[in-house]
Design a binder for this molecule. Structure first.
Ligand code: COA
Length: 145
């Protein structure tokens, strides 16, 4: 499985919409890096990373329904965690209304919204796109030292 950087947000939007995830803050000028997996040329899995050193926001994890339960999301998350660590990110945050259990299984823990770093609180996803009922989770991804 090859995970590749995605240059065009236009390619990402249909898959996110199909999977019920917010897209209104995803514009060509947004500071989100997207990575994806293709099958037969078509994008079937995607994940996004916003970097706010030393923190990061993992977002927009989506796998096309026909390709689920084959490990694509696990690999996308592992890829982003590793990438974040190489960028000096110590802690990754995320919000989810649908996949809390998935992320708990990957070592993420519930985090206090009030204690979120200001840069994370300032992201559109935190401040207005995800409902207050969303799970807010975090994971340390920095390497020791
Ligand atoms: C959540 C999602 C990304 C998982 O993608 P995937 O490629 O099927 O995941 P993987 O194959 O790596 O892992 C599958 C396992 O994770 C767990 N899992 C998957 N979705 C889950 C969920 N919503 N809640 C809890 N556990 C979940 C299950 O144990 C599953 O195992 P199973 O195949 O035996 O049922 C996919 O279901 C999706 O795109 N959902 C809609 C968008 C979404 O909710 N994104 C997350 C918010 S950012």
């Amino acid at each position: 499985m090859n995970i590749e950087p995605l240059a065009s947000v236009q390619e990402v939007l249909p898959l996110l919409s199909e999977c019920g995830l917010p897209v209104s803050d995803i514009t060509p000028s947004a500071s989100i890096s997207f990575f994806g997996v293709r099958s037969g040329g078509a994008l079937v899995g995607v994940v996004g990373l916003e970097i706010h050193p030393p923190f990061g926001l993992l977002r927009s994890l989506a796998v096309a329904p026909a390709f689920r339960s084959s490990g694509i999301a696990h690999r996308l998350v592992a890829f982003v965690e590793s990438l974040a660590a190489t960028h000096g990110i110590k802690e990754l945050f995320l919000l989810t209304t649908t996949a809390k259990g998935f992320f708990l299984g990957l070592g993420y823990s519930p985090a206090a919204r009030m204690a979120a770093p200001p840069a994370i609180q300032a992201t559109p996803q935190f401040s207005n796109l995800c409902p207050a009922s969303s799970a807010f989770l975090s994971k340390n991804v920095g390497t020791a030292g």
